[in-house]
Write a protein that binds this ligand. Structure first.
Ligand SMILES: Cc1cc2nc3c(=O)[nH]c(=O)nc-3n(C[C@H](O)[C@H](O)[C@H](O)COP(=O)(O)OP(=O)(O)OC[C@H]3O[C@@H](n4cnc5c(N)ncnc54)[C@H](O)[C@@H]3O)c2cc1C
Length: 379
């Protein structure tokens, strides 16, 4: 089976990695001259689940994707330097609503496998190594890796075709043709760029710009032992610097450093951890473009045939898959999405519940549109 993956960030390389484990050797095409040139190029990324107080297919996906990613990163770090640090994360309940939500999340059972628990401010401070004013949800298995290194390790067995901004796979009776070469399967894994391909132009995916900063530790923050999340986040010193993030700007696609973003990140940081003895000094900053979806949940699976659905036939386009919309939790969601897609391609069961594949299915948007059209209020 020949497989082309378009996009060499976490989503595309994770697909190459999982397919490689099944003995396949995909070809990765990327517009840039290197892997991880987009959102996946941050110096360090935090891995944790998107938190939820309710057990449903979406929160189960994140909880299980988190466990799967942690196990995979542990295994890979035995033979590769992916910068793995499993220092845990404290999610501060900075208002009454979050206190209720995080306490409920700790009781939901979703994070039992990863040791999740709700802590009083004093216990949280013991874990963090610095004074904290808020109770928090504690996830001891959370941590950080270097996303770009991870992409390189994921892609180790794939063939790379870089500087390829002009790829437009063409469907032929033999398969998918790219520059005269025919592939059985194409996986679109190019972030918000999926909307430039005719088969996936209808997907409700949009760009969300983000910026993070790295700051030198202060005498007090030097003792920080885990990531503290408060809407933004501060990670413990890695390679001598803290990573503090991040901003969210829908539909903005410039990636130059915006000084106003730096100011906002540092302002929120000092408001949440006010007992710093000295202001944080910024070392550098980085910006990238996330891909988000209208329902804030990733998209992964076989691409529906939009025209056929419009005619009332629920079918997919043969040999075409998509992985996108990984938002701000791509470190965990891209790997789980890759398992779901690889399972569909190779006919094996992914290490995730069946409800996951349905929740990720790109056709969910078409089903919802159908329901809206058929609902009594619209007729
Ligand atoms: C500031 C910031 C901080 C973040 N922090 C975290 C974090 O701490 N933890 C976490 O889990 N996630 C974090 N994220 C989110 C995470 O980085 C993303 O979810 C993840 O990188 C998405 O991976 P991707 O492969 O879908 O997209 P990308 O990494 O953007 O990769 C897309 C690739 O497709 C290529 N491409 C695009 N169009 C085409 C085309 N037409 N032809 C060929 N190639 C194309 C691009 O060159 C790029 O290499 C952060 C994001 C940002 C911006």
């Amino acid at each position: 089976m020949t497989i082309a993956i378009i996009g060499g960030g976490l989503a595309g390389t994770a697909c190459a990695f999982v397919l490689g484990q099944a003995g396949l050797r995909p070809v990765i095409f990327d517009a840039s001259d290197r892997l991880a040139s987009g959102a996946s190029g941050n110096p360090f990324g935090i891995f944790n689940p998107r938190l939820s107080a309710e057990a449903n297919p979406e929160s189960l996906f994140y909880a299980q994707a988190f466990t799967l990613a942690g196990q995979t990163f542990e295994t890979l770090s035995k033979t590769h330097d992916i910068g793995l640090s499993r220092h845990g994360s404290l999610h501060l309940a900075t208002d009454a609503g979050l206190e209720k939500r995080y306490a409920k999340a700790a009781d939901s059972g979703l994070y039992d496998a990863s040791g999740g628990q709700y802590l009083r401010a004093r216990e949280g401070a013991d874990r963090a190594g610095i004074a904290l004013d808020h109770d928090a949800l504690w996830l001891p298995d959370s941590g950080a890796v270097k996303p770009a290194e991870l992409c390189r390790v994921y892609a180790a067995k794939a063939e790379l075709r870089l500087n390829r901004a002009d790829i437009l796979p063409r469907r032929t009776p033999q398969g998918w043709e790219i520059d005269g070469e025919v592939f059985d399967i194409v996986i679109l894994a190019c972030g918000a760029g999926v909307v430039w391909f005719p088969e996936t132009a209808w997907l409700p995916v949009y760009p969300v710009r983000g910026q993070l900063v790295r700051v030198a530790p202060t005498a007090r923050s030097e003792s920080l032992r885990c990531t503290v999340c408060y809407g933004g986040y501060l990670a413990p010193g890695m390679e001598g610097l803290h990573v503090a993030g991040s901003t969210f700007q829908r539909h903005r696609t410039d990636t130059g450093i915006d000084p106003e973003d730096n100011r906002l990140i540092l302002q929120r940081l000092t408001q949440t951890l006010p007992d710093q003895d000295a202001p944080f000094e910024m070392a550098d900053a980085q910006a990238g473009i996330r891909a988000a979806t209208h329902d804030y949940f990733p998209i992964a699976g076989a691409v529906p045939d939009y025209a056929a659905w419009e005619m009332g036939k629920e079918s997919v386009i043969p040999g075409l898959y998509v992985s996108t919309g990984h938002g701000s939790h791509g470190l965990v969601s891209t790997l789980a999405a890759a398992h779901v897609i690889a399972g569909m391609i190779s006919g094996t069961s992914p290490p995730l519940p069946q409800s996951t594949a349905r929740a990720l299915d790109p056709a969910r948007f078409l089903r919802r549109a159908q329901k809206r059209t058929c609902s009594p209020s619209r007729t």
